[in-house]
Design a protein around this ligand. Structure first.
Ligand SMILES: Cc1cc2nc3c(=O)[nH]c(=O)nc-3n(C[C@H](O)[C@H](O)[C@H](O)COP(=O)(O)O)c2cc1C
Length: 151
């Protein structure tokens, strides 16, 4: 049986300049075991996002998650674009949102901040033994409507 460690070795690039772990071990699989993720691990993963830096410490993000086998998971899965069917096998889908309406007079860096927070989340997940693949290939309007998310 191929283990995650075998895969990480296979994925290691052949380069003389190796960055350190967990960055060197990060990769985005398209195949997932569907075992559920314990609540404790889940909370740690989202806590890592909360620790992420943001402009003016605005923390302009929200995360919604859905566990495989629930109605919310299916609603998210229905918005996937062609080529992203692999995601229906994952135990968890996370929707990463940034706040579009910035009421402060400062320029909003919300997209930038969200990207950093997501990487923190992904790396924390990896340190707990999971992997994640980020995705832009889904219908955002359909998802907003079906999950009834604010704009
Ligand atoms: C913003 C963003 C959007 C992405 N969208 C998709 C996607 O829709 N489908 C997909 O399979 N991978 C998607 N990816 C994953 C990238 O293709 C992947 O990170 C890249 O090929 C590098 O591979 P690695 O993460 O294993 O190093 C996305 C990644 C990012 C950061």
């Amino acid at each position: 049986m191929i283990t995650t460690q075998d895969l990480i070795k296979l994925k290691q690039p052949d380069t003389s300049i190796l960055v350190s772990s967990p960055l060197s071990e990060r990769f985005s699989p398209r195949v997932y075991a569907s075992d559920p993720i314990p609540e404790n691990d889940l909370m740690k993963i989202f806590e890592a996002a909360r620790w992420s830096p943001s402009a003016m410490n605005a923390q302009p993000w929200f995360f919604y998650y859905a566990v495989r086998g629930t109605k919310s998971f299916d609603l998210i899965a229905q918005t996937l674009m062609q080529g992203n069917e692999w995601a229906t096998q994952a135990p968890l889908l996370i929707v990463a949102c940034y706040i579009t309406q910035d009421e402060s007079k400062y320029e909003s860096y919300a997209k930038y901040d969200l990207g950093q927070a997501v990487l923190s989340l992904v790396l924390q997940a990896q340190l707990l033994g999971y992997h994640g693949r980020q995705m832009a290939g889904f219908n955002k309007l359909q998802l907003l409507e079906s999950l009834q998310l604010p704009p």
